[in-house]
Each structure stands twice: as structure tokens, then as C-alpha cells.
Design a protein. Structure first.
Length: 218
């Protein structure tokens, strides 16, 4: 009886094993696709994660040294809204004129076209003065008077350079001026007195002391 039970159990094991092998054989193709699907799904997830990491936008904090400095500039004379204005460093003369409402009706536009460099960068503490037509006429008359007087001094070598009308070449002839300072002098015109070369931060005090006896203003 016991032998019969063992034979029956053995036959069950054989039948169970046979069924599993038969299942694998029948579903081999399906299992292969499932296995490949798992592999491809894993590869897809890997690449999706790679793309998401690469698409992250890096936000750079502005360095302390790159912050724009604020400057203060006065715009006066023949403009619509004379006053003191604040700008970021790197702003131009034209930006200051726009902030002041542009040129007024009485502004000497010919002077602006010839003497004012709208593309020049603003400096902290700078003053931009736009003359009107009437003041330009008076200045021209003064220049004529100066030319008559200077002709009397030419023989003795006492000619002075008028910083309001001198050319870049004439300014370059002054000791220590050169092309850079000469251009700055032209950009900051007009001047009502010689000391404005320093107050407008056109040239340093030490250089002003060297040329103050060689220049004049009308």
C-alpha cells in the first residue's frame, strides 16, 4: 500500500513538472516579449532621467562685483525738465536728455549737433548743460572779442586755449592733456569757468594746476 502511494505521489510530481515545462514551451514567445519589454522600459526610464537632468536651467546668482552702480547726473539749461536724475552705470548722455524730457524749443540745436556727444557715457556727479540760442549768440560775440584781443597777444606768445571752442588738436597741445582728456573736455562743454574742469570731473586737480595758466573760457 505504501509503495502504491509513493508511485502515485511520484506520478503527481512528474505530471506537475511536465505541466510547467509545457507552460514554458507554449508561452515562450510571450515571455520573450515580456522580458524584452522590461529591458526596453528600463532603458527608456534611464534616458528620460538623463534628459530631465540635462534640461534643468541653471540660475546664476549675480556676483557682487558685477552689480550695476547707480550714478547721479544733473541736466540743466534748455531742456524740458531740468533736474537731477539717477542712472545705472553705462548710461549715455542721450539717456540723460531723454530723462529730462528732451531739448526745449529755445535750445541751440546747432550747438548740440556740433558740440555734444550723445553717445558718451555718463559719470557720477556730471552736469550736462544745454545752451539756448540767445546765450549761444552772446557767447559767439564774446569769442569774436577774444579773437581780436588774442591777435594782439600772438606776437608775445601769450595766446590762451579756449576750452569751449578749442579743437582736439589744440587741446592735445596742452601739457598732460593728450587725446583722452582732450575728448573729455569737448564732451563736457560748455564751461562757465575754468574750475568746472575739476568740478565736472573732466581732469584731476593736479593736471588742472599745470594748465590753468594756459587756458581760458568764454
Amino acid at each position: 500500500m505504501q509503495d502504491e502511494l509513493e508511485i502515485i505521489d511520484f506520478s503527481k510530481e512528474e505530471k506537475s513538472k511536465f505541466n510547467f515545462d509545457e507552460f514554458l514551451l507554449k508561452n515562450k514567445l510571450v515571455l520573450t516579449f515580456i522580458f524584452l519589454g522590461i529591458i526596453f522600459a528600463g532603458i527608456g526610464i534611464f534616458f528620460i532621467r538623463q534628459d530631465s537632468n540635462s534640461s534643468k536651467v541653471e540660475i546664476l546668482e549675480p556676483k557682487e562685483g558685477t552689480l550695476l552702480q547707480e550714478i547721479v547726473v544733473e541736466v540743466a539749461g534748455a531742456v524740458e525738465k531740468p533736474g537731477v536724475y539717477k542712472f545705472q552705470s553705462g548710461a549715455r548722455v542721450d539717456d540723460a536728455l531723454i530723462a529730462a524730457g528732451g531739448l526745449s524749443f529755445s535750445a541751440d540745436r546747432e550747438w548740440v549737433e556740433k558740440m555734444l556727444n550723445r553717445a558718451a557715457k555718463l559719470t557720477d556727479g556730471q552736469k550736462i548743460f544745454i545752451p539756448d540760442k540767445q546765450s549761444s549768440v552772446l557767447s559767439a560775440r564774446k569769442n569774436e572779442g577774444y579773437q581780436n584781443v588774442s591777435s594782439n597777444f600772438s606776437a608775445s606768445g601769450a595766446n590762451l586755449v579756449n576750452i569751449n571752442t578749442a579743437s582736439a588738436k589744440e587741446l592735445d597741445s596742452l601739457p598732460g592733456i593728450g587725446q583722452v582728456y582732450g575728448q573729455k573736455i569737448i564732451e563736457q562743454r560748455p564751461y562757465s569757468n575754468l574750475e568746472e574742469l575739476v568740478s565736472k570731473k573732466v581732469i584731476p586737480q593736479s593736471l588742472y594746476e599745470k594748465i590753468k595758466d594756459k587756458i581760458t573760457v568764454f
